[in-house]
Design a protein around this ligand. Structure first.
Ligand code: ZN
Length: 448
């Protein structure tokens, strides 16, 4: 006869073991679902990263459903290995779902992406713990419509232009493409929320056949483009030979020791280094500073040329620099040189906001003023700065005094105008007739 005590002990051990198994296999922690807060899908589709995990009994199943007013479609159904006795082998799983219009049945509007995950727990009548996450999904298959208000227009190589248009919906990016260059659009001052204006430049090196278009892209990535008749007029840029003397080179090269220029070596190599590498660094810095133009456009009929100044060099000159009979460097002159008396007052070409005041390499003591809608002016070689970055300035206000700082031989103002990231010929902006015919009409209220 076996002892009843022994049997009781065996029963107790079995019950305890079964209890422990039941306790671990019937765990109550639900799978975790990581998904975006909301999804916006456009005509080009979008990809969605989903991740599920279960630290308890392991992952058993994943299901993703597309739920909309007309019904439900299962996009993903996946089962993971395991059994009810020992649980699952998988604790984490990630999936990248490509939501294309075809997959969503060309549905357009508001819907739900429902993610369901289950684990290998005995709970839920042995079906496991279930987690459900409903992610709002908006499907927008309609690209913004662009209605261009501008008619036939003309722009010169190295010149500026403007175009106005209406958009059928809010967008995240709009503006003008001139070849590969992009000029962003702004709300048309005083216009309704759908009315836009973009200033643009025809880079001096652009072909007259350059492709031009207004583009718009909405938050779902739906993009459209529209064209209008723009005639690009060819313009020859003059070639100018500049002869440098040793005295000039010695004077200016020493100023660039802080820019990594070898001041002790061959002066012609040092000059070329300043005129190419340092120039390119300075131009890159200027583009950074200009990246955030104001939507408020300057009030005034035109830009104003520095008073009592004489033009000594014009826009677009292709300069070849000679030293001791040898060509040592090249550059394009993307501004006007204006000379007056030494330390002459330099005045603001138009109202705006100073976005840079300080040393800027080849431009010496330099000022950048933003006039809004992507239009800016640059003042170089100053001997003195009277304004600071962030200051608001009025047209004609004194900004500083002319000088010969940076890469300059004598006292003069280097004056340049930029539209977006492109230097343009200031002569157009100085001309009230040109501004009236090329810019003002697009700024004025809608003609229809
Ligand atoms: Zn210049």
């Amino acid at each position: 006869m076996q002892s009843p005590g022994w049997l009781l002990l065996l029963l107790a051990v079995l019950l305890a073991g079964g209890g422990l198994l039941t306790w671990t296999r019937a765990e109550g922690s639900h799978p975790r679902i990581d998904a975006p807060e909301a999804i916006l899908a456009g005509a080009a589709g979008t990809s969605v990263d989903l991740a599920i995990s279960d630290a308890g009994s392991g992952l058993r199943a994943l299901r993703v459903d597309f739920v909309h007013a007309g019904g439900e479609t299962a996009l993903v159904t996946e089962d993971f290995p395991g059994n009810l006795l020992s649980g699952g082998t998988r604790s984490e799983h990630g999936v990248t779902l490509q939501l294309d219009p075809g997959l969503l049945g060309s549905f357009e509007g508001e819907a739900i992406l429902r993610v369901t995950a289950r684990d290998w727990s005995w709970r839920g009548g042995f079906d496991g713990n279930e987690s459900v996450r409903s992610v709002p999904l908006r499907v927008d298959l309609i690209a913004p419509r662009i209605e261009i208000a501008t008619g036939l227009s003309y722009a010169r190589q190295g010149g500026s232009g403007s175009v106005s248009y209406r958009l059928s919906e809010p967008v995240v990016r709009d503006g003008v493409l001139i070849g590969e260059r992009f000029y962003r659009g702004f709300p048309r001052p005083g216009g309704s929320s759908s009315e836009r204006i973009a200033l643009f430049a025809i880079p001096s090196e652009a072909s007259p056949e350059v492709r031009v278009a207004v583009i718009a892209e909405d938050a779902a990535g739906n993009a459209s483009r529209a064209r209008w008749p723009l005639v690009v007029q060819r313009r020859a840029m003059p070639n100018v030979n500049v002869t440098l003397n040793r005295e000039f080179l010695e004077k200016v090269i020493g100023r660039f020791a802080g820019h990594g220029v070898d001041a002790g070596g061959d002066p012609s190599a040092a000059f070329d280094d300043i005129n190419t590498r340092v120039r390119a660094e300075n131009e890159a810095r200027i583009r950074q500073l200009l990246a955030d133009s104001s939507p408020e456009f300057f009030q005034g009929a035109k830009l104003e040329q520095m008073r009592n100044s004489k033009v000594t060099s014009t826009f677009g000159e292709r300069r070849a620099y000679f030293f001791e009979g040898r060509k040592i460097s090249n550059a394009v002159h993307f501004g006007y040189d204006l000379a007056s008396f030494a330390a002459a007052p330099v005045t603001a070409a138009a109202s705006g906001r100073v976005i840079y005041a300080g040393d800027l390499g080849i431009y010496g003591n330099c000022l950048l003023v933003d006039h809004g809608l992507g239009l800016a002016t640059l003042y170089g070689h100053l001997s003195r700065l009277d304004v600071a970055s962030g200051d608001r300035v009025e047209q004609g206000q004194r900004l500083g005094l002319s000088g010969d700082t940076g890469l300059a031989g004598g006292d003069h103002l280097h004056f340049a105008v930029l539209v977006g990231d492109t230097y343009v010929d200031p002569i157009e902006w100085w001309d009230v007739q040109w501004v009236r015919s090329h810019i003002t009409p697009e700024l004025q209220t809608s003609r229809r």
